[in-house]
Design a protein around this ligand. Sequence first.
Ligand code: ATP
Ligand code: MN
Length: 145
Amino acid sequence: MFEKVLFPTDFSDVATKALQYVKELRQAGTREVTVLHVVDQANLDLLGTYSAVGDLVNLEREILKRASDEVGFVANELRQCGFTVNERVMQGSPVRLILRLAEEENPSLIVVGSHGKSNLEEMLMGSVSEKVVRKARHPVLVIKR
Ligand code: ATP
Ligand code: MN
């Protein structure tokens, strides 16, 4: 039923909790997982406000490399559980790119954390998970913090 899963992660504690549930989905028939991290363009733009152009190029390269490494770690954990795993790192708007990849890959399920790096006390959900739940055509499993 949940053959193919899209797992967008910001590497936060809540997303790491969600990862444990993705692993459990092996028992529910999941075979293939795409691990996606989006480097938020808004954050890069902010960095650009405070750094010289040359520094920013190096910084962006470093951030993308670290993002790939982190996605790689998560992917390997899942491979050890027997999943076939695709690794994706994208740069831009997290919501837009998560939704676009969902359209392209047509997963049976999207798994997200209810919150991410901000993890504000009074918020029912973060803005990314809220918009994914609201706008995706696919079923979404939201793992609470
Ligand atoms: P906000 O970002 O609105 O301040 P938040 O950081 O607490 O709030 P979200 O960003 O909505 O919460 O994170 C919820 C979930 O969405 C995360 O656990 C993760 O699964 C996914 N997610 C968030 N940001 C990204 C990202 N940049 N790339 C991939 N997945 C993400
Ligand atoms: Mn966030």
